[in-house]
Design a binder for this molecule. Structure first.
Ligand SMILES: [Zn+2]
Length: 122
């Protein structure tokens, strides 16, 4: 492996970024080789050397695939589904209740009857 240029922290030239910096910009190294190394300050724990990548060779983080989106939708639907009445109540079930509000407070539900949203509609 050829010797890589090593830059002092904050003295790296423009056009290079660490993996973390790329990630913050929505980019990833994209299979390119490490372009340089960065000497990090010693006051914090962690590696003293960070790898630098060329920003112009970085690629955008992989966009969401339809399958991934569908899986996320299903996961969100599960979080909106009340385990007591099995309805998708249209909001994420509060962890503190463990069920939808009408199920947790049946008395309150009878006084404020919202059409089309109740747990008792099947
Ligand atoms: Zn419910």
């Amino acid at each position: 492996m050829a010797t890589l240029p090593v830059y002092r922290w904050r003295l790296a030239p423009d056009g290079l970024a660490t993996r973390r910096q790329l990630r913050a910009a929505g980019l990833r190294p994209g299979g390119q080789d490490v372009a340089a190394q960065l000497e990090r300050p010693r006051r914090r724990r962690g590696p003293l050397i960070a790898y630098l990548y060329r920003i112009d060779r970085a690629r955008p983080v992989r966009p969401m695939t339809p399958a991934k989106t569908a899986a996320l939708d299903r996961a969100n639907a599960a979080r909106r589904t009340c385990p007591a009445c099995r309805n998708d109540v249209g909001y994420v079930i509060p962890v503190s209740l463990g069920m939808c509000v009408p199920c947790a407070y049946p008395a309150a539900d009878s006084t404020s009857d919202l059409p089309g949203r109740g747990c008792h509609v099947r």
